[in-house]
Design a protein around this ligand. Structure first.
Ligand SMILES: *Cc1c(COP(=O)(O)O)cnc(C)c1O
Length: 391
């Protein structure tokens, strides 16, 4: 990369010029199937016609008002999203990290004002291997050294427990605990699905002990796992959802914390805000995203294609292939590749040469998370390319 670029990423050497559905085209006119889908921001594919039409309609009306004034899509957006979540109140932000920060502020205020935790002593319990974003507070409770190194001093008030360990979670929750913050499936950690019953136990523990359960569904939510929310697979309803990524339909950033009135009412005018949060253009696209999700078609598709994906990947894991483990749910998988065939990065470079764009994580995991609009034929072709680079 040249020049004026800050090297905080190590992108594959492909320069994308246009895209549609599950496919992108580079500046040389080569086409690639997108198996990353913008880390699930592109669940509905590139330039979904209904989302682009919603954005274009809104460009001709009003794009930004700030929250100092009201706009006509704000209340409908909040109402529709609350309804989709089975919740009561929505606080929109822009990026995922901002929504996580908002959830942290929510939990702390709730602890002081509702639960009665002594001032400035509230604790939030999170999981090892978490990924909740890149702000200084959030990387402060990450255990990924690369994400933390050189960015301290960090915000106190967080405790990490091993992901999937019910006893450790129970032991960490005390009188000062405001919230347990979890990804129902850990995405960046390598698509880690917790042991069956973990989320349900986390729900039981938090409910019994008067602690908020906050589900970061920024990557797992909005159709990816075959349900609207990954928590649904265990019949769990958290106290708050954190949403982002696909909420903006791959068109623009919009995120939100969605919870009950009682929890969200800890905010009062002046206590929190965002210049762009809940802007008319973002609300217009997000309303269309919600309408797409309401059809249930995307969740169904993720479940159906996901069944096929996991059936085929299981054959790789069980056979003589250099694959040491496969995890995931719905149209979302982490494939651990034996170092003998190369690093995750090298595998992704070989996939790229065959017209498939994927992204490695943690050295040797390849993630498979195409847009939910991918055709079965294309998915099958992508898996054939994966076998091709492994075999
Ligand atoms: C991507 C992600 C975030 C951060 O979202 P940004 O929009 O990049 O700030 C937070 N939590 C999870 C689970 C994510 O996958």
């Amino acid at each position: 990369m040249d020049d004026a670029t800050v090297h905080n990423y190590h992108p594959l050497p492909v320069v994308i010029e246009s895209a549609e559905g599950a496919w992108v085209t580079d500046t040389a006119g080569r086409r690639y199937l997108d198996l990353l889908a913008g880390y699930s921001a592109l669940n509905f594919g590139h330039r979904h016609p209904r989302l682009i039409a919603a954005a274009e309609r809104q460009l001709g009306r009003v794009t930004l008002t700030s929250r100092a004034f009201q706009h006509d899509l704000f209340a409908p957006f909040c109402e529709q999203l609350a309804d989709l979540c089975g919740m009561e109140a929505v606080l929109p932000m822009n990026t995922g990290a901002e929504a996580v920060e908002t959830a942290i502020k929510t939990a702390r205020r709730w602890a002081y004002r509702v639960k009665g935790v002594p001032a400035d002593t509230a604790k939030i319990v999170a999981a090892r291997g978490n990924f909740h974003g890149r702000t200084t507070t959030i990387v402060g409770f990450s255990d990924d050294e690369e994400a933390r190194d050189g960015f301290g001093p960090f915000t106190p008030g967080f405790e990490l427990v091993p992901y999937g360990d019910v006893e450790a979670l129970s032991a960490a929750v005390d009188d000062r605990t405001a919230a347990v913050l979890l990804e129902p499936i850990q995405g960046e950690a390598g698509v880690i699905v917790p042991p069956p019953g973990y989320l349900a136990e986390a729900r039981r523990i938090t409910e019994e002990r008067g602690v908020l359960l906050i589900a970061d569904e920024i990557q797992s939510g909005l159709g990816r796992t075959g349900r609207t929310f990954a928590c649904e697979h265990e019949g769990v309803v958290p106290d708050a959802y954190i949403l982002g990524k696909a909420l903006g339909g791959g068109v623009l950033p919009i995120s939100a914390v969605v919870s009950s009135r009682a929890v969200m009412d800890v905010f009062t005018p002046g206590s929190h805000g965002s210049t762009f949060g809940g802007n008319p253009l973002a609300c217009a696209v997000a309303l269309e995203v919600i309408a797409l999700l309401r059809t249930g078609a995307y969740q169904r598709r993720a479940a159906e294609l996901g069944a096929r994906l996991h059936r085929e990947l299981a054959e790789l894991a069980d056979g003589d292939w250099p694959v040491t483990a496969v995890r995931g749910r719905g149209l979302w998988a982490g494939v651990d590749v034996s170092p003998a065939v190369g690093t995750g990065r090298e595998i992704c470079e070989r996939l790229m040469a065959r017209g498939v764009l994927a992204k490695d994580t943690h050295g040797s995991t390849i993630r498979v998370a195409p847009p939910l609009v991918i055709s079965e034929e294309d998915l099958s072709w992508a898996l054939a390319q994966l076998r091709g680079v492994l075999g």
